[in-house]
Design a binder for this molecule. Structure first.
Ligand code: NAP
Length: 272
């Protein structure tokens, strides 16, 4: 599509955003659906200024990333229930001048998992207690999964478990033999420390579904070890693509071109 006077503006607000894969993914989706829209990356430190800019320019929507997912909430007209309960917004939608905040990380992570099986009644072990872990843990609890959290900093892990109505276990006490779903929601395994795994994999058997939300590299040391043990695995691009799919659908009301969005991300990661 050519850019003209009717082109709608979308973008990502965060700091840093120079390496964001979102512009490539959303622009590919806009193009495939023949929408007159463009998505740009805006690196900025001022959440209030970002929201004001969105109002002034009449932007159609935006993604919000670190470090603004929480502080942006104060400047919106409305925040949906899920985002309010998690305390983080990653999607802004402009509905006729009203700016509404959503959290698409929950839907993205749940769709990535539910593609491989159900969550209700499953014993889920999640490693991590940061922002991504909070969104994923919320989704697991909402779907009736039995959630056990472990984390390097035990105080943070305990606090998240309490907030989500989950249990906490120190890393050294974890028994992987009884786990149905194992999720790495930490940054352990990311470049440049690609040989690192977030916990000892002794006791892991093929009965466990293993998801890693790290997507750089695509096959982390955790996923590689899990596959060698015969586990079904879910890589970090699944959550990333599906959270963007939710954003696209919130912005446009159209079904997102999922395969194209996934292909675009894999191409950008140099592995397609
Ligand atoms: P965050 O809020 O900073 O949380 C980081 C988590 O990683 C904490 O639990 C932290 O433990 C743990 N951690 C960091 N370094 C560690 C180490 N060396 N050893 C053990 N634990 C360590 O970050 P976040 O926003 O939740 O993001 C976490 C990761 O997920 C990042 O790599 C991010 O890129 C990725 N992510 C992926 C997606 C996706 O769609 N695939 C979405 C969001 C985030 P402590 O509490 O002990 O510090």
């Amino acid at each position: 599509m050519a850019i003209d006077a009717k082109t709608r503006l979308f973008g990502v607000f965060g700091d840093p955003v120079a390496h964001s894969l979102s512009p490539a993914m959303h622009n590919a989706a806009f193009g495939a659906c023949r929408l007159n829209a463009v998505y740009l990356a805006f690196g900025l430190k001022d959440a209030q200024g970002a929201v004001q800019a969105m109002r002034t320019l009449g932007m159609g929507g935006a993604s919000v990333t670190i470090p603004h997912k929480t502080d942006v909430m104060a400047y919106l007209d409305e925040v949906d229930l899920t985002a309010r309960e998690i305390g983080a917004v990653n999607t802004l939608v402009n509905r006729e001048g009203k700016l509404i905040g959503f959290n698409s990380d929950v839907a993205g992570a749940m769709r990535a998992l539910e593609e491989k099986g159900t969550i209700a009644g499953k014993k889920v072990l999640m490693i991590g207690a940061g922002g991504a872990a909070r969104a994923i843990g919320y989704g697991i609890r909402q779907r009736g999964g039995s959630l056990l959290i472990t984390n390097r900093s035990e105080d943070k892990g305990n606090a998240l478990a309490e907030d989500l109505g989950a249990a906490f276990s120190p890393l050294s006490d974890v028994d992987l033999g009884t786990v149905d779903i194992l999720i790495n929601a930490t940054s352990v395994g990311m470049v440049p420390r690609t040989d690192a795994v977030p916990l000892s994999l002794d006791g892991l058997t093929s009965r466990t579904l293993v998801m890693d939300i790290v997507y750089n590299p695509l096959e982390t040391a955790l996923l590689s070890a899990a596959r060698a043990k015969g586990c079904v695995t879910v890589d970090g691009t699944a959550m990333f693509v599906y959270q963007a799919v939710s954003q696209f659908e919130l912005w446009t009301g159209l079904e997102a071109p999922v395969d194209l969005m996934r292909r675009t991300v894999l191409e950008a990661l140099g592995r397609y």
